[in-house]
Ligand binder design. Sequence first.
Ligand SMILES: Nc1ncnc2c1ncn2[C@@H]1O[C@H](COP(=O)(O)OP(=O)(O)O)[C@@H](O)[C@H]1O
Ligand SMILES: Nc1ccn([C@H]2C[C@H](O)[C@@H](COP(=O)(O)OP(=O)(O)O)O2)c(=O)n1
Length: 229
Amino acid sequence: MSTPFVVAVDGPSGSGKSSVSRAVARHLGAGYLDTGAMYRALTWWCLESGVDLGDADAVVAAARELPLAMGADPDEPGVHVGDVDVTEAIRSSQISGRVSTVATIPAVRSELQLQQRDLITVIGDELGSVVAEGRDITTVVAPDADVRLLLTASEDARLRRRTQELHGGTDAESVERTRDEVVRRDRDDSTVSSFLTAADGVSTLDTSDLTFEESVAAAVALVDAAREG
Ligand SMILES: Nc1ncnc2c1ncn2[C@@H]1O[C@H](COP(=O)(O)OP(=O)(O)O)[C@@H](O)[C@H]1O
Ligand SMILES: Nc1ccn([C@H]2C[C@H](O)[C@@H](COP(=O)(O)OP(=O)(O)O)O2)c(=O)n1
C-alpha cells in the first residue's frame, strides 16, 4: 500500500478552511476531516451529560470516553456522538460560545490530537488521500503533510462571511452579534495554537480579496503542484 497523500489546512474562524478544504477533498477524491467539529462535539457532549467545563479533569475524561464518529465524505461530513447525529447541533451559538473553554485545556488537546492522527491514518489508508483542517494541523497534528496551507483573511472579511452565514445578512447589528463568535474566540484559541502566521514550510493563502472560487482554485493549484512534484 502506498503512503496516503495528506493535505493540512489551518486558519482562523471564517478564513474559509472548511469550505475550501471540502472543495479540495472533492477535487482529489480524498476524505475530509474537520478537527474543529471534534472540539465542538466534545463540548456538546459535556453540556449534554452535565460535565462542568471548568473541571479540566472531568473534560479530559470525557474526551477519552467520547463515542465519536466522524464522517469523512466532503459532500456530507456528518458527526455522530453515540446514536445522536450532532452535525447541526454543534454549530449552535451555545457551542460556538463555549468551545474555546474546552479547546484550551492542554490535556484535552493531546487526547484529541491523538484521535486526529489516528483518523488521518485510517481515512488516508482507505481513500488514498485526506484533507484535514483546524488550527494546529500544519504544526502539531500533521507537520509532515504533503501540503501545508494556512488560510488567512482580514478580520473584516471573516466577520462579514460568518455574519452572512449565520444571519443571512451583514447589517451592523448582525455583525456585532457575530463578533464574539469570531474575534473573541480566535483570541482565546490563539493562546494555545499558532494559526495566525505560517510556520516554516507552510504556504499562506490570503483570501480577503478573493471570491470563494478563486480561493479554491489557488488551493487546488498548490495541491496539484505538490502531487506532480
Ligand atoms: N474568498 C473566499 N474564500 C473562502 N470562503 C469564502 C470566500 N468568500 C466567501 N467565503 C464564504 O465564507 C465562508 C467561510 O466559512 P468556512 O469555510 O466555514 O470558514 P472556516 O472553516 O475557516 O471558519 C463560507 O460560507 C464561504 O463560502
Ligand atoms: N485543530 C483545532 C480545531 C479547532 N480548534 C478549536 C478552535 C475553535 O474555536 C473550535 C471550533 O473550530 P471550528 O474550526 O469549527 O471553528 P470555525 O469554523 O473556524 O469557526 O475548536 C482547535 O483548538 N484546534
